[in-house]
Every structure is written in C-alpha cells, then in structure tokens.
Design a protein around this ligand. Structure first.
Ligand code: PAJ
Length: 284
C-alpha cells in the first residue's frame, strides 16, 4: 500500500491508473478504523481495480464544542488494517493540504440538512459536503463508498452529487454491527463498561419500531411505542430523536405503502458520548 500525503503525488498515481483503464474506488474516512470501515473497503475492492482510502479528521464538520481534539487517532493501527485488506493507496493529507491558508469556500446542501443531525449539529453537513467535494475533485473516483450507518450523510452526498453533476456512482454499504447489535463506530471507544452495556438501547429500540411497522401499526403509534420502550430501558441514556423518515429526503414519513422503504433513525447521548443509528424497513 502506498501512503501519500500530497495532492499532486496522489493525482499522478491516479492518472497512471486511469491511463491503464483501471476503475477507481474511493472510501473517505476519518480514521480510527473498525470492521465497518473495512466493509466499505472490501466492497470497493470487489467492484473497482484500484482502491483509494482517505484518512482526514475534517475540522470543518466539528463544532467548536465538539470532540475534534479528542477524536481518536491511530494512524499506525489504521495503516496495518488497510494493508491487511489490500488497499492500494492511503491518502493521509495534512489540514493545510486540504484547506490551504485563506480557504473560504463551502458547499451547502439545503433541505435534507435541516432536521435531525443537521438541527443538532448546524454546521456539520456543510463541513462534510465541503470536504467530500474537495476529496472527490482530488481523487476523481468512478465510485465512492459510504456507510448506511450515517444515513442522513448518505442522503446529503447523493443530493450533492446530483446537484453538482459529479460523475461518480455513490454506493451504500449496510451497517456492520457488533455481535450484540451495537452499530460499530469510532466513538464507541469513548464508552465506559457500563455505558457500553447501556448503548444497546439504540439498536433494541430500532428493532422494536421495525417489528411494530412490519406488524402494521400506524407510523405515529410505532414511534410512540418506541419512545416508551426506550424510556423503560434507559438508565443514563437521553433520547435526542427517534423518527421514521423517507431515507432519500429525510422528511417525516407519513405512510408505509407496499414495497416502500422507510428509515427509522435514532440519536441518544449516553454520558458524554453521542451515538446515532438507523435501520431501513421495507414494506412487504
Ligand atoms: P467516518 O465516521 O470515519 O466514516 C467513514 C465511512 O464509514 C462513512 O461512510 C460511514 O458511514 C462508514 N461507517 C462508519 N461506521 C460504519 C458501520 N458500522 N458500518 C458500515 N459503515 C460504517 O463519515 C465520515 O467519517 C466523515 O463524515 C467523512 C465522510 C469521511 C467526511 O469527513
């Protein structure tokens, strides 16, 4: 695996690959890698000739009050993991390489970003859309791989790609979970032993709501029962939202028609750690 820090070096490598008619797959990450990230890499390897992974803890998607400085970083371990799954190129730029002094351009996707993560973290998606468009311009992949784990992020990126005419296929890979159901996340390592046990409340609540929806309960009732269920299990956990949405637009879903797919989305704080999760439910 080649580790590249400069944009110009990366561009040369990718141009050579494209001359050989090789397709380029791209997996953007912030590092602190786990099996969820690796599942995206494996999909890219399956579908593309050359796989590029980026590790960049993007400052513009963190609010001043958030965990930018504390965000877990372990480049040695990440490099080992990426080598073990056969990544071709790791792009590991500095902050100045991505945001040269004086950088002042942002990409703002409207509507989809108004609620849920966008409401709680008002500048988050602006930072995500900005860095992902910069990375897309640098890497110029044929396909880019994102996790369903961040379902609203997927909707934002797809909208941005449509609106700005990026010639890139967006592939979505399903959420990798621990064996007990907790969605893998770099932030899980913040959890104490007790909080880790309580973190199951997110996936358990989602699975309850899914069962209610599949049993034909009206959406409002399924949500209400989900909130009550969360309340019955919680010790320290604080529910931020539990809702049923159209996964493409992130508007509240109003009905559940045959063959339609709905997203059930949840966010909760457990102690100082904020966790998000979701599931997609398809009507029979
Ligand atoms: P990060 O949180 O590092 O996640 C990188 C990619 O891995 C995202 O597409 C995310 O959805 C996916 N991912 C995380 N946990 C997963 C899991 N349990 N199963 C499957 N996929 C999972 O998301 C970001 O970084 C950033 O916002 C980024 C897109 C890199 C822009 O800075």
């Amino acid at each position: 695996m080649q580790v590249v820090k400069s944009i110009s070096e990366l561009r040369n490598l990718i141009q050579d690959a494209k001359k050989g008619d090789h397709s380029v797959g791209f997996v953007p990450t912030m590092g602190a890698l786990h099996e969820g990230h690796l599942s995206l890499v494996k999909e890219s390897k399956k579908n593309c000739d050359l796989t590029v992974v980026s590790i960049f803890v993007n400052p513009t998607q963190f609010a001043p009050t958030e965990d930018l400085d504390k965000y877990p970083r372990n480049i040695e371990l990440d490099t080992e993991m990426l080598t073990s799954v056969g990544v071709d190129i790791l792009f590991f730029p500095s902050k100045e390489e991505i945001y040269p002094p004086g950088a002042s351009t942002f990409v703002n996707v409207e509507k989809i970003t108004e609620a849920f993560e966008g409401a709680i973290r008002p500048t988050h998606f602006r930072g995500v859309a900005t860095v992902v468009s910069a990375l897309f311009n640098i890497v110029q992949p044929d396909r880019a791989f994102f996790g369903q784990k961040d379902l609203q992020q997927v909707a934002v990126i797809k909208q941005m790609v449509r609106d700005l005419h990026f010639p890139i296929e967006i592939e979505v890979v399903e959420t990798t979970r621990e064996s007990d159901g907790l969605a893998m996340s770099s932030r899980n390592r913040y959890l104490s032993h007790e909080e880790r046990a309580e973190s199951l409340i997110l996936s358990k609540t989602l699975f309850q709501v899914r069962d209610h929806l599949l049993a034909g309960l009206p959406l409002a009732e399924a949500k209400l029962r989900g909130i009550k269920f969360f309340g019955s299990l919680k010790k320290k956990a604080v529910l931020e939202y539990l809702d049923i949405v159209d996964p493409e637009t992130f508007q509240f879903a109003e009905s559940f028609k045959p063959s339609e797919e709905l997203g059930v989305v949840i966010a909760a704080r457990i102690g100082a750690t904020r966790l998000i999760d979701n599931i997609l439910v398809k009507a029979k």
